[in-house]
Design a protein around this ligand. Structure first.
Ligand SMILES: NC(=O)c1ccc[n+]([C@@H]2O[C@H](COP(=O)([O-])OP(=O)(O)OC[C@H]3O[C@@H](n4cnc5c(N)ncnc54)[C@H](O)[C@@H]3O)[C@@H](O)[C@H]2O)c1
Length: 390
């Protein structure tokens, strides 16, 4: 593969200080639904940002959204195309549902606009490759919206692994899930095939994958045997207030997989929006010298559920070292983490530096998600084949 391997280890998560404070960036928000609120709130906290445009394909939605924030002077458009074509923006947040991520990101990049793209990166591996090709041709910044990366606890996981304390890693169990937690607070965009594209597998599975793959340096995925199901999502009893949602459910609510990574590492994964269990288990990272347990949470969305524990030997004795939870004021993707996600993106745009969460890493995250879906459809293990990026 003709990519620069070193790209996968470069990231720029630090540096919350404003780069070039005197220079203002003109920003637009594409898709004005639920997560756009978090983007808007964070942009409003940034003194060097002018929010100059918004777009939504639902008539009147962008207008109501911007009016709610009292943002004046912004021009509103009926879709991403008109917004980008207006030439008003330096950068955009893409906050559309998953199936529109690729189209919007590619259009923005092809027109020379920097992109902060919500997670999951997209739906398929082919889309991810097309987005990265557009990114490389444009020379613009593309960052993927994984705010848990900015959580000090997540950084600690990576620090522990990279310190060598665990030795060579050979097995990882990760995932997470909810007993009942299919996301339909604002309608059905997460659960319909046409809009969500993928279910729990992409929505919260991408966080589990990023937590461990980022810690171990994003090795290339080689093979996958995947499974997915939708027993709860398709049951009208799951939605007492909206039984009709069951008919609309076209994605997965549970997925599991056994993945082989470069370097002989095994990744054992399971994720659930709904199941008859409290949690599918903690994340375990097993190394030749030590093992790390990362407690899961009730509502899995990429945060640690309690103190982590290292199981290792000291002077021949088996001992445990407890790593206390580090509070950083931004639990569960709250404002502090979102502000960091937005700030580091803006800084990268201004400095021409490295994207905080580079697509070259998330390509492998997406390749695993895509591989699980394809393997599950075939009912057997498959090779993960990542197309050339040149
Ligand atoms: N980072 C996080 O913590 C987090 C949390 C929730 C959701 N998300 C992600 O954010 C994305 C959006 O989620 P949501 O809950 O806001 O969805 P949503 O359905 O509430 O909003 C999406 C909006 O995008 C609009 N849209 C679709 N295509 C468009 C286009 N071409 N141009 C303009 N507007 C378009 C839709 O009409 C809709 O209003 C999803 O990919 C989701 O995974 C991230």
């Amino acid at each position: 593969m003709a990519e620069n391997i070193l790209d996968r280890f470069k990231e720029n998560l630090e540096g919350d200080d404003i780069v070039e404070p005197g220079r203002t960036l003109r920003v637009g928000i594409i898709g004005t639904g639920w997560i756009a609120e978090a983007h808007m709130n964070s942009y409003l906290n940034m003194p060097d940002v002018e929010i100059v445009a918004g777009a939504d394909i639902i008539p009147g939605k962008a207008e109501a959204f911007f009016a709610g924030y009292g943002v004046k002077g912004a021009k509103l458009f009926p879709s991403h195309r008109e917004l980008i074509d207006s030439g008003r923006v330096d950068a955009v947040s893409i906050c559309t549902y998953n199936t529109a991520h690729a189209e919007c990101a590619i259009y923005a990049l092809e027109h020379g606009v920097h992109v902060l793209l919500e997670k999951p990166m997209c739906v398929t591996l082919e889309e991810a490759v097309a987005i990265i090709k557009a990114e490389r041709a444009s020379g613009k910044i593309l960052s993927i919206g994984f705010q848990p990366r900015f959580d000090e606890n997540m950084k600690m996981i990576k620090n522990i692994v990279q310190s060598g304390e665990l030795g060579d890693i050979y097995y990882i169990q990760t995932g997470g899930g909810r007993r009942r937690g299919i996301p339909t607070p604002y309608g059905t965009s997460f659960i319909e095939k046409e809009t969500g594209g993928i279910g729990a597998l992409g929505d919260i599975g991408c966080y589990s994958l990023d937590m461990v793959l980022n810690a171990i340096g994003y090795p290339k995925p080689l093979t996958v045997s995947g499974y997915k199901s939708a027993f709860f999502g398709t049951d009208p009893k799951t939605y007492p207030a909206h039984p009709e949602y069951a008919q609309k459910f076209g994605v997965d609510d549970f997925a599991a997989a056994f993945i082989r990574l470069e370097g002989g590492i095994i990744l054992d994964f399971r994720i659930a929006w709904a199941m008859n269990m409290d949690t599918p288990g903690d994340t375990l990272i097993l190394g030749k010298k030590g093992g790390l347990r990362i407690p899961s949470t009730e509502c899995w969305n990429g945060s640690v559920g309690g103190p982590m524990t290292i199981y290792h030997e000291v002077a021949g004795q088996q001992v445990e070292t407890v790593i206390p939870v580090i509070g950083d004021g931004g639990e569960d993707g709250g404002p502090a983490l979102f502000d960091k996600k937005i700030r580091t993106f803006l800084n990268a745009v201004k400095s021409g530096g490295t994207a905080p969460v580079p697509s070259s890493q998330i390509l492998y995250n997406q390749a695993i998600i895509d591989g699980i879906a394809k393997s599950a459809a075939l009912g057997r293990e498959i090779d993960i084949v990542i197309p050339e990026l040149t």
